[in-house]
Design a protein around this ligand. Structure first.
Ligand SMILES: [Zn+2]
Ligand SMILES: [Zn+2]
Length: 353
């Protein structure tokens, strides 16, 4: 089968002929119908993230935002059978640790990121295996199509978990969203749909235009503003209730924290680059005196998909609005390269394999 493979960090991916996956007893093999292309793919391709134990090597098939059809089922799998329309989150749990047992599969003790390590080849391929399928796979409702799901699978659900579970967003809250890539634009749409007031911050006007279309109450171009936190304070009543750093660089992280009012909640969603290697300094005294909370947020537990699907079915949320363009597998190398310059708007989705 065909797959897009890393040959060398930073060098264009190559389309190669690789063996079709055989399912282990706990696995299903999914025939890929759609898969999003994400900044995380770009990070892995650059060779980032060694500092937290993920080093994606040459030979890796990337791709962690899939939707598809179960094509083969391992002997121990009980919940899924051939022909099921499914997705899987990018964080594959083991199903047995204390976090998985409590439903927090996204923070599993032995979490395996799909498409970043040898043991879990990704979905930039005609098919891919999913471990512990009964725990990790999620059935797609008929109302959600594959392309929509691929847009939802990583960034949309990450934004949903960040806003609803980690920040406990309330209608009327002012939410400052720093960075309007796929996850930031998803957060704008979700915050607006849930009755909050999103304020979008980015350095590119075309991303801010998109944010306004998706419901941003105000936008701030950080490249033109002298004092981004000050501008957020100016358009909110004493600062934002919730701030999201959807990028993961010092400017966006500190601007997000600075844009909060007292007792505000920061949610860190973006992971850092090799410049920071996981370290960003913060004004901790101010945060202490103002009782500001700092939360991390990683993916979303599969049990939470039900709620998302209900909101999509009701028309409250529409993940298709975040899909930027659809591509063929051959287009992935060029799309990934263009991400270094932040050229993509919305979520590019491969729908031709
Ligand atoms: Zn992703
Ligand atoms: Zn686990």
């Amino acid at each position: 089968m065909r797959a897009a493979v890393i040959e060398e960090h930073g060098e264009p991916l190559t389309i190669q002929d690789v063996p079709y996956p055989e399912p282990q007893p706990d696995q299903v093999v999914i025939e890929t119908e759609a898969c999003g292309v994400c900044r995380s793919d770009w990070h892995a391709w650059q060779g980032d993230w060694e500092w937290f134990g993920i080093q994606t090597g040459p030979g890796q098939i990337l791709g962690h935002e899939p939707a598809g059809i179960v094509a083969d089922v391992g002997a121990d799998v009980e919940q899924f059978s051939e022909g099921d329309r499914v997705t899987a989150p990018f964080h594959l749990g083991d199903g047995s640790c204390q976090y998985c047992q409590r439903g927090h599969v996204n923070i599993c003790e032995t979490s395996m990121p799909l498409g970043f390590l040898d043991a879990a080849p990704g979905a930039f391929a005609e098919a891919f295996p999913v471990r512990e399928a009964d725990f990790n796979c999620v059935t797609l409702p008929d109302a959600v199509d594959f392309t929509e799901m691929a847009g939802l699978g990583c960034r949309f659900m990450t934004a949903y978990h960040a806003l609803t579970d980690r920040a406990d967003l309330r209608p009327g809250d002012a939410v400052a969203i720093h960075g309007c890539g796929g996850v930031g634009l998803s957060a704008v749409h979700i915050a607006d749909a849930l009755g909050a007031e999103p304020i979008a911050v980015d350095v590119q006007d075309r991303k801010l235009d998109r944010a306004r279309d998706l419901g941003a109450a105000a936008t701030i171009n950080a490249a033109e503003a002298d004092n981004v936190p000050g501008e957020v304070h100016a358009v909110t009543d004493g600062g934002a209730d919730v701030a999201i750093d959807a990028l993961g660089i010092p400017e966006t992280c500190r601007n997000a924290v600075g844009s909060l009012g007292k007792q505000g909640t920061h949610v860190q969603v973006g992971l850092t680059t090799d410049e920071e290697a996981g370290e960003i300094s913060l004004p901790v005294d101010t945060m202490t005196l103002q009782e500001i909370d700092f939360h991390g947020s990683y993916g979303m537990p599969p049990v939470r998909y039900d709620e998302l699907f209900r909101l999509i079915d009701a028309g409250t949320l529409d993940p298709s609005q975040i899909v930027g363009e659809t591509l063929a597998l051959e287009d992935v190398p060029a799309t990934l390269s263009s991400m270094g310059e932040y050229e993509t708007v919305g979520i590019p989705v491969i729908d031709e394999f």
